[in-house]
Design a protein. Structure first.
Lengths: 380, 380
């Protein structure tokens, strides 16, 4: 199988698998136990935290480990809003988010009750004196489009300097490991990441919480993670996450070269193809292509039968009959959205793999279009 | 290091470690992806679910995988109560729980707002026509005491038959793998379990949700786990959990023999020792001993220095200066609670290990008491 769906998940890096296997066998203590077995686990946990923190230019005590990107987004949004419970806040426009967010952000905003979904490029216009939280994805999972988080953060800091209590959360699940993530340079208050998107383990994520940002827990119990996330710490998972970010540095360049080669070849060889989000800054590894006149689902299946994994969009809404809410928000029609396929490249893809992919896409797209025009002839 | 703190966590079984390592390296797909890589992951996930379900005598679609016991308890309690949002329920006594529960149950009940904490042995007296949820631990983590869940379930079914909408949740985190857990025979509606307490991986748990029991999600996002738990599925974790329950069957008997031997020896060799919870049915692996006149913390440290891991109680409240809420609820004084040490045995402990432990406890307890009486002489 050739895998070109790295925005859905990534294979675990061999170095990560080895580190986790050693940890699973040897570091089994409960990090909250006071005896030596527990303290050894605690030491590993804190080392992992320091490594993950450093990769994002955060301080270790600004990192809360979670069970993944979805939990990180839940903790950021619900945790921030719940920390304000009891204070007088206008309910109108309390949270402002964009139309291209991941379902975990959109659903959390829905839970909060009072939120507004703005077009990503005009989000600033929707922020008012009542806004407490702005949540904007750093890089989009479907198209790879990158938002100018630093500029947004600058404006939010201005409001804060003028006395408004307002915070910025960014879902960085797709950005981490693909572009430089420096939470201080970005100026965010909360930033979500996930290990399995950076060749690390599943079931492991983190939330950056800038010092001084109020946050209530959303999972209740023991006082783990400095009272911000109850539950016995998944120490081997954190060790895997740390190892993953340590080996992540070379990924960006390599996947970018493959993506550029792939896109140029497809645009050269297949007629009526457009790049979704081409006019925006994009992740270097992601190519979301609109194949006019082709059902994306059919192309995905045809490629799968040739042993190549690509997708119509987010895995977590796969099986849905609805077209991508992200592409609709970017101005595509329902028909266009349903003709769009996402290719996302990663560290272990080779030039040879991508050459095979190009050949397969050219051949499948041609066949699907010929089939369709034959159908049209039969009907007419 | 000799490890006698299996109620805090367990070493990962070698069979589990091997299964997880293979899964981490080979089964990396996102179980929600439609392509083959995703579908292979999905198949493994559903096989793991079937194995875990079978071990508890549940149906696979009654099992929701979570990130651990704490999340399972959160999902059970908050999920059930939130599923009733909008219906008219008296707020008084909405949830009834016991004084010996794990912090994750007590904290969730506190979140619900209207709850009552009853003595475990008299919980039935606190259940009223307003009660929607009763949450009672199957086996206690500190003393190992076992509650008569089946009898409670029978009474709750009677109320339900009479028209009351009332459900029973049981925290089975400590029971699983130590005594037989058959959710149908118990008659529970919701039952929480955790993998790392049964020689499985950390960061992995499950909630049994009986068919027809209403449950809202508590983590929002994609529609994973049939809409009951958002977040990319931790497939290698579920594989590890499944392997853990497959190898769990022999644990009970072995740990029970060691515990009985240990307790008999300590009671024979050390004066002024009492077994906490001796009059109640107990987990076979757990021994919670009150050493009169000895600070539990000092005994734990002395044993740790000899390479033996035991604990003063729950790991998740370690470091706390407060005495165990469980022992206080069972009628022990603060002083008695602070003189109590938990020994919990497990599969890889040998008779030789326990002989060493007995010797160390006898010697440390003697030394600590002599130190104390010397102090008393010096003061007088």
């Amino acid at each position: 199988m050739l895998f070109f769906d790295h925005n859905a998940t990534t294979p675990v890096a061999p170095q990560v698998a080895a580190a986790m296997d050693a940890a699973v066998r040897e570091v089994f203590g409960n990090a909250s136990s006071t005896h030596r077995t527990g303290q050894i686990a605690r030491e590993h946990l804190e080392n992992a935290r320091a490594t993950v923190a450093k990769f994002m230019n955060a301080s270790p005590n600004e990192i809360v480990f979670t069970s993944g990107g979805t939990e990180s987004n839940n903790l950021a949004i619900l945790g921030l809003i719940r920390s304000r419970k009891g204070r007088v806040v206008s309910r109108k426009g309390r949270v402002v988010t964009t139309a291209i967010e991941h379902p975990s952000v959109l659903e959390c905003c829905r839970q909060v009750g009072a939120y507004m979904v703005a077009p990503a490029e005009r989000i600033w216009e929707f922020v008012t004196d009542d806004t407490v939280l702005v949540s904007v994805m750093h890089a989009n999972n479907e198209t790879g489009s990158i938002q100018d988080i630093a500029e947004l953060a600058r404006r939010i800091r201005e409001r804060r300097a003028a006395g408004q209590e307002i915070y910025l959360h960014s879902d960085g699940v797709q950005a981490l490991g693909k572009i430089t993530v420096d939470v201080k340079a970005l100026g965010v208050d909360l930033y979500s990441v996930s290990a399995h998107k950076v060749f690390g383990p599943k079931g492991m994520g983190a939330l950056y919480v800038r010092r001084d940002v109020p946050l209530a827990g959303v999972q209740f119990g023991g006082r783990h993670e400095r009272g911000r996330r109850a539950g016995t710490e998944n120490v081997p998972g954190t060790i895997g996450f740390a190892r993953a970010v340590e080996v992540a540095r070379e990924n960006e360049l390599h996947a970018g070269e493959l993506r550029d080669y792939f896109e140029a070849e497809i645009l050269r060889l297949v007629p009526d193809v457009e790049v979704n989000g081409a006019s925006l800054p994009r992740l270097p590894n992601t190519s979301n292509l609109l194949f006019r006149g082709i059902a994306a689902e059919a192309l995905v299946i045809a490629l799968d039968m040739r042993g190549m994994a690509v997708s119509t969009g987010a895995a977590c809404s796969s099986g849905s009959v609805e077209p991508s809410h992200v592409l609709l928000a970017m101005g595509r029609s329902r028909e266009e959205a349903k003709s769009s396929v996402r290719f996302s490249f990663g560290r272990y893809n080779t030039r040879g793999d991508v050459e095979q992919l190009v050949e397969a896409v050219v051949s499948c797209a041609g066949r699907l279009r010929r089939g369709r025009s034959r159908e049209a002839q039969l009907v007419s």
